[in-house]
Design a protein around this ligand. Structure first.
Ligand SMILES: [Ca+2]
Length: 353
């Protein structure tokens, strides 16, 4: 499965990227960052380039998109949150990518990826849909080369999440990725293209658990340690109780359903975005999308996420990853010897630190 990962460079987008990079079914063709999401486009793209270095994908093409929504009514994520997300990798164990393959035209990058490939491309979209909507608006002749658009977004039969970031809002129906650019979401939902939507209805079914968080603290792989560090930021910010009740792995679940759709029960629905509220509503319409309505065995999902990442990383050679993690400068703390030390660690039970 050839994937372009369009995202907004927040913690769970990064975890989704780690999952996609490790999944044996997936070949990542490019990463695009929307300028209308949690991170600012350029900084978000640089951050994703840095994570790619950790994953051995230092030269993966990355681009960021326009910083204004297609929708006049689109609302930006709160400024303080955006600044925090821009700084998400500060003090993390992630090497800087000194020479990223970075450009400023996300839509052109997706277009080029689709055009150059004989195989159809799957778009995984875990931020506002600005880039994807622009693509399908300007280049409709490429529609039949899009295998699927897997979207994390919307709240169909459950409340939205605007008040989680803006408590004074009276909006109880919208989900942030749609709220930030409702017109873009409407274009995607009504496009007639194959769309798989992973809304809050699905992500709410996989709550964070203390056991999962604690188990990550035991992991020594740099990628898994990064996941632990990213989650620990939220534990520090929210406190453990709120972290466990309010934080979900929204974007990784979309990535998992993209790769293994059998973990969800899908319902076919026609959806429209309410122009007043940006809520995602079931309507009678000609085009239907696949909506992840129910997660099967939700209690196994978090462990499955980690196991898939671990097994994918172990077979890294198979995916031909050849970057930072597998050949590193000797003076870096994630240097060559750490892989050796880690292997010993897996057998001896010793911790790296
Ligand atoms: Ca996201």
């Amino acid at each position: 499965m050839k994937v372009v990962f369009d995202n907004d460079a927040s913690s769970d987008d990064i975890i989704a990227l780690i999952y996609l990079a490790a999944h044996p079914k997936v070949t990542l063709e490019a990463i695009t960052v929307t300028g209308t999401g949690e991170a600012h486009g350029r900084q978000g793209a640089q951050n994703m380039a840095d994570v790619c270095t950790l994953l051995g994908l230092a030269q993966l093409p990355i681009a960021y998109g326009r910083d204004t929504p297609l929708s006049a009514s689109g609302k930006p994520f709160p400024a303080a949150l955006r600044s925090a997300v821009d700084a998400i990798l500060t003090d993390r164990d992630v090497p800087k990518n000194p020479n990223p393959n970075l450009s400023d035209n996300a839509v052109a990058l997706i277009k080029n990826c689709i055009e150059k490939n004989d195989e159809k491309i799957t778009l995984v979209a875990t931020g506002p849909l600005t880039n994807i909507a622009e693509l399908i608006t300007h280049y409709p002749h490429l529609n039949d080369k899009i295998e699927n658009i897997v979207v994390m977004g919307g709240a169909v039969r459950v409340p939205g999440n605007i008040q989680a970031l803006v408590p004074e809002s009276d909006n109880t129906s919208a989900e942030w990725n749609i709220y930030a650019d409702p017109a873009a979401a409407e274009i995607v939902f009504s496009s007639g293209l194959p769309v798989t939507l992973v809304p809050l209805d699905a992500t709410n079914q996989v709550p964070m658990t203390k056991e999962f968080y604690d188990s990550l603290s035991e992991q020594t792989r740099p990628e898994l340690r990064l996941i632990y560090q990213l989650l620990t930021v939220f534990v520090g910010f929210l406190g453990m109780e709120l972290f466990l009740s309010e934080f979900y792995l929204w974007d990784p679940l979309a990535a998992m359903i993209c790769c293994d759709p059998e973990i969800a029960v899908m319902e076919r629905m026609s959806l429209s975005v309410n122009p007043e509220t940006a809520g995602t509503e079931e309507v009678c319409g000609p085009h239907k999308v696949n909506v992840a309505a129910e997660i099967l065995n939700p209690e196994t999902v978090l462990q499955r996420l980690i196991e898939k990442i671990k097994s994918g990383l172990r077979s890294g050679g198979e995916k031909n990853y050849s970057g930072y993690f597998f050949k590193k400068p000797a003076d870096n703390r994630l240097g060559n010897d750490s892989a050796v030390r880690e292997e010993k660690d897996e057998t001896s039970g010793l911790r790296l630190e």
